[in-house]
Design a protein around this ligand. Structure first.
Ligand code: F6R
Length: 358
């Protein structure tokens, strides 16, 4: 891994330095992940939903930070998903949506037009609707229509509510018959993640994995590869580099990457500074592990640095959230090293306002 000891002293990531750049304290919401997991379970319970049967499976409709929960939940359930579960990030629902399908409309603000369009379509199709939101138009519509609302606390950046959105998707999957009970695993994972917060958080050593990785990546374009369980996490990392660190980042998945992107690295160093990050997991098939090692070796001389990062923990909930936590912290540290406040996403707000004609 890159990062000499002189770099370590120049590019400090101590709590005071972090606080000076992280003006709105996004860090508190990132390291709050374990507590959010427990609170999310409680919030779903407080919605008092009774189980129902959706033989057609579940669609999680949402965008950006509110979509990732559906994708992570799908990955965590893996082979334990007994019905189709799809994270859908657009205006419309899949053609196979019927009254036998549950549609979970996930929007932190409750005002995202694509998700509101899915809410309306699901109603028109007679699908079973559930919402997860902190308020906005979605909560108003749901209350008027008698559609259940799983509440999320206000005051977060939508992307920082990842634990709430994931737990809501897991719990709705269980309620509609598409997934098993996960509450105990989520609780245990919360305890485990507390330890990782200590290991990688602001008070961690200057050479903790998260801080060293941030130093290695802060002046490069991260190209993040996942596979299976880690694919949606690679996308989460990309989005967090985009929104927190305000840098371009790209994602791909193995084994497909070895059939195209691999060649694209041939002259990469002549075009810019690109770093390669591979997200690995104990369940990654041996053949894909071999591909990670070989791909990393073959592109190594064109990348500013290459990294293979292994998930931590035993259960899929622990392993997925270990990498989510690492990516969230890492992207915040990159923001700090670049002197950029990680919280605001002004250009997203500008675009939404211009689309709304305001
Ligand atoms: C902002 C963020 C965005 C939003 C997205 C959808 O932190 O992550 O990707 O999540 O623009 O908005 P919501 O989540 O309010 O439906």
């Amino acid at each position: 891994m890159a990062g000499s000891s002189s770099e370590t002293t120049e590019l400090r990531l101590d709590p005071v330095t972090i606080q000076a750049v992280d003006a709105s304290d996004l860090l508190a919401d990132i390291v709050g992940l374990p507590e959010h997991l427990r609170d999310a379970l409680w919030k779903v319970e407080s919605a008092n939903l009774q189980p129902w049967d959706s033989p057609g499976g579940m669609v999680v409709a949402g965008m950006g930070g509110s979509a990732v929960g559906g994708a992570l939940a799908r990955a965590m359930l893996g082979d334990h998903a007994s019905r189709p579960i799809l994270a859908s990030r657009t205006y419309g629902l899949p053609a196979w949506t019927t009254p036998d399908t549950t549609v979970l409309c996930s929007s932190y603000s409750g005002n995202t037009e694509e998700t509101l369009a899915c809410y309306e379509s699901a109603g028109a199709l007679g699908a079973r609707r559930v919402t997860v939101t902190s308020g906005g138009h979605l909560a108003e519509l749901a209350r008027a229509d008698g559609v259940p609302v799983i509440p999320v606390a206000g005051g977060f950046q939508p992307r920082a509510a990842v634990a709430y959105m994931t737990v809501a998707a897991l719990e709705v999957a269980r309620l509609c018959g598409a997934g098993p009970r996960m509450g105990a695993e989520i609780d245990v994972a919360a305890d485990y993640l507390e330890q990782l917060v200590v290991e990688w958080g602001a008070d961690s050593a200057e050479d903790s994995e998260a801080k060293m990785l941030a130093r290695a990546l802060h002046d490069s374009v991260p190209c993040i590869a996942g596979s299976g369980l880690t694919s949606p996490i690679a996308y989460r990392w990309k989005c967090q580099f985009n929104e927190n660190a305000k840098i371009p980042a790209f994602t791909h998945e193995l084994p497909e990457l070895d059939h195209n992107e691999l060649v694209g690295w041939q002259d990469a160093s002549a075009l810019g500074r690109f770093a390669a990050v591979f997200l690995d997991d104990s369940d990654t098939p041996p053949r894909v592990k071999e591909r990670i090692a070989l791909t990393s070796e073959l592109i190594g001389d064109q990348a500013t640095s290459t990294h293979v990062i292994e998930s931590r923990g035993r259960t899929t909930v622990e392993r997925v959230f270990s990498l989510v936590l690492l990516g969230d912290l890492l992207s915040l540290y990159v923001a700090v090293l670049r002197g950029t406040d990680p919280t605001p996403v002004d250009v997203i707000e500008t675009l939404k306002a211009r689309l709304a004609g305001t």
